[in-house]
Design a protein around this ligand. Structure first.
Ligand SMILES: *[C@@H]1O[C@H](CO)[C@@H](O)[C@H](O)[C@H]1NC(C)=O
Ligand SMILES: CC(=O)N[C@H]1CO[C@H](CO)[C@@H](O)[C@@H]1O
Ligand SMILES: [Zn+2]
Length: 366
């Protein structure tokens, strides 16, 4: 609220802000120090996403805690300290994890990613984006049906038709371990072809494959496991923001959020664990799990508002970000019509799916 008044003031006197807030414009923020600027929906995609610029759409964020974190420099202690979770220093459940990891394959991911990339695009405000959500909801339900204890729900968003989707494996404890990926895509404008194979169809099929394996095995966790498929990420982290805002209001106890956004293009053959705008203790634990189960990892930083883990963090939850490659050598096809099924490196998808199963099994016992 206050922030928005500030922006109006700045717009009047300095020209720092692109436009005054009028009907239909959106307030986006590109850095902690950026007071925000009003842009059109189309500009978000053509002037920011398509040019590799990250932002958070803060138009609907009213929570002062969340706005404060989004304006706090990355290296300062976040205003809203998360509950301290003590993570194990290494892996301790290989006996349970290894037989499950052996069930991971690319057979289902290949078929799912083919369907996802065949939608003209999965832009969150297009009818294709809604159709993709309907298909994904049905597919998650089919996968989850192997274990009747698993619930699958749609989390609807007031400002656009594409819902987020959440699958839950109830544990004996309601504390949550969450893996996530967004399923919307963009091809560089609202109307462009956007197959979104690596970005981020690959993250979606990775966590869906992990769900398939755990559902088939009737895996019974101690902590409750959730699989989040977010809508509207390319619009400024909209789906994840709404989900975590609800979780904050409900005072849910979240032990870990591991977001994967791009899991299908990796010339290095190593999982990359990103280190900025994340929880450092969870990141250390995530790296320990990834190293134990997939070998050496790399590190990088992707900046402000880079993906949905930022929404978990700004709502006070511990978040980590796992990607298929360092920025410099990551897919050259992102956010274009060339982010195609044919460019996917399937060994990377398999590696991330195995990591996801390993992480869920290990963290289910935290
Ligand atoms: C659930 O786990 C949390 C720690 O994550 C613990 O504090 C709490 O006591 C547990 N609840 C039950 C019912 O075991
Ligand atoms: C990221 C995203 O959420 N869409 C994203 C897919 O992944 C790339 C790499 O993380 C992001 O830059 C895009 O914004
Ligand atoms: Zn993207």
């Amino acid at each position: 609220m206050q922030l928005q008044k500030l922006v109006v003031f700045l717009a009047g006197c300095s020209g720092l802000v692109a436009a005054a807030p009028t009907e239909g414009l959106r307030l986006i923020k590109t850095a902690p120090s950026d007071p925000g600027r009003w842009v059109t929906e189309e500009d978000k995609i053509t002037e920011y996403k398509a040019k590799g610029l990250h932002f958070v759409d803060i138009t609907e964020i009213k929570d002062p805690d969340v706005l404060a974190i989004l304006s706090t420099p990355e290296l300062e202690e976040p205003v809203l300290s998360r509950r301290a979770v003590i993570y194990p220093t290494g892996v301790t459940h290989q006996t349970q994890a290894n037989p499950l990891i052996a069930q991971v394959s690319n057979t289902s991911p290949q078929s799912w990613l083919k369907t996802l990339t065949d939608f003209y695009n999965r832009y969150y405000k297009s009818s294709y984006g809604t159709q993709a959500a309907t298909w994904l909801f049905n597919t998650v339900q089919i996968v989850a049906a192997a274990n009747p204890a698993i619930t699958v729900t749609q989390f609807t968003h007031s400002a656009f038709n594409q819902p987020s989707i959440i699958a839950k494996i109830p544990g004996t404890n309601s504390s949550l371990v969450i893996v996530s990926a967004h399923f919307d895509s963009t091809g560089g404008s609202s109307t462009a072809r956007g197959p979104g194979a690596d970005d981020n169809g690959s993250g979606v099929v990775v966590i869906l494959e992990a769900l398939r394996v755990l559902a088939n095995a009737h895996f019974q966790p101690k902590n409750t496991l959730e699989f989040h498929f977010y809508a509207g990420e390319e619009g400024g982290l909209l789906g994840s923001q709404a989900v975590f805002s609800t979780y904050k209001a409900a005072k849910k106890n979240v032990l870990a959020v591991v977001n994967q956004d791009m899991a299908g293009y990796s010339p290095s053959g190593k999982i990359s664990i990103y280190t900025d705008y994340v929880d450092s203790a969870l990141t250390t634990y995530t790296r320990a799990v990834a190293t134990a189960y997939t070998g050496a990892t790399t590190s990088d930083a992707c900046g402000y508002g880079c993906s949905d883990h930022a929404s978990a963090r700004s709502n006070g939850f511990p978040a980590a970000y796992v990607c298929d490659e360092k920025m410099a050598t990551s897919t050259p096809y992102i956010h274009t019509s060339n982010d195609a099924y044919s460019t996917i490196m399937w060994d990377a998808v398999l590696r991330h799916a195995k990591f996801t199963v390993a992480f869920l099994v290990e963290a289910s016992f935290i």
